[in-house]
Design a protein around this ligand. Sequence first.
Ligand code: DON
Length: 303
Amino acid sequence: MDYQQILENIYLKIQPYAQVGKQADYIPALANVDPDQFGMCINTVQGEVFMQGNATTRFSIQSISKVFLLAMCLSFEGEELWRRVGKEPSGTAFNSLVQLEVEKGIPRNPFINAGAIVLADVLLKHLKHPKEDFLRFVRNLCGNDSISYNEEVARSEREKSYLNAAIANLLKYHHNIEGEIEEVLHFYFLQCSIEMSCHDLSNAFLAFAHYSPFEYGEIKLTSSQVKRMNAIMQTCGFYDEAGEFSYLVGLPGKSGVGGGIAAIYPQRYSVAVWSPRLNQKGNSVMGIKALELLTTETEDSIF
Ligand code: DON
C-alpha cells in the first residue's frame, strides 16, 4: 500500500473543505489558533511513518486525551471502573448535562466530559503526583520527552468553565466525585491542555493498534482491555456523531475540539489528523473528510 501517495491524494481532495467550519472559541486560548492548517500522519505496525502537511505542528489535543485517561484508569481499576461510568454511546453533545441528571450522576461513557471528569477523580486517587505521572505516561506512549501541558490553555478554559463546573457539581451531588471539585477540574483541564503533533499522536495511538500486552511503566493492559478500549472509541469517540463517523470512516477513534482526530486500524496502523475548523458537533471538518478518504482510497476499514 502506497500510503504516501494516498496522503497526497487526500490532501488534494480535501481542499474544497478548507474554509468550512470554525475553530472552537469557548476556550478563549483556542480562538487564537490559525484555522487554516492541516496535518496528517500514519504509523504502520511494521514501523513505517508517513506524513503530510503540518504533521509536526503541535496543537491542543483536548478530548483525545480522554483515551489516555481511560487507559490509566483501566490499568488501575479494571472492571471496577464501570461501577462509576457507563460504556454506552450518549447520542448527546460532549458537554451535555441532560442524561447525567436523569441517570443519577453515572455518565454514559468515559469520553463525554462528565465521564472524563470522573476518570480525572479516579486518577487523583491512584497517582501520587498526578500532573507529573500523567505526563510521563503520555510521553512514554509517544516516545517524546518534550511533550507538555499548555498551562495557559488550561487556565483559559478554567476561567470560562461554567458548564464543566456544573457537571462536576452534579457528579459530586450524586457522590460520583470523591475529591475536591476544584482539584478534579484543575487536573481535568490540565490533561486536556496537552499539546502534541499528528506525528506524536499517531505514535501514541500505535500502542492501541497492537494486540500484544500493553506495558508503559506501571500502566499495564491486557490485549483484551486494549480491544475493549477500541470498542468504546468506536461507539463513543465522536459523541453525537459517533454513528456518522462509523458510517463514513469505519475505524475506532477519538476527536478533540482542538481539531485533532486519532484513529486506529487494529493490527495495521494508527493515524492522526488535525485541522482546527470544526463542524457543529465539535469535530474537525477536514479531519473527518480526510479519514473518510483514507478508508475509501485504501478500500479497507474494519467493516
Ligand atoms: O472540557 C472541554 O470542553 C474541553 N476541554 C474538551 C472538549 C472536547 O475536546 C470535545 N471534543 N470534541
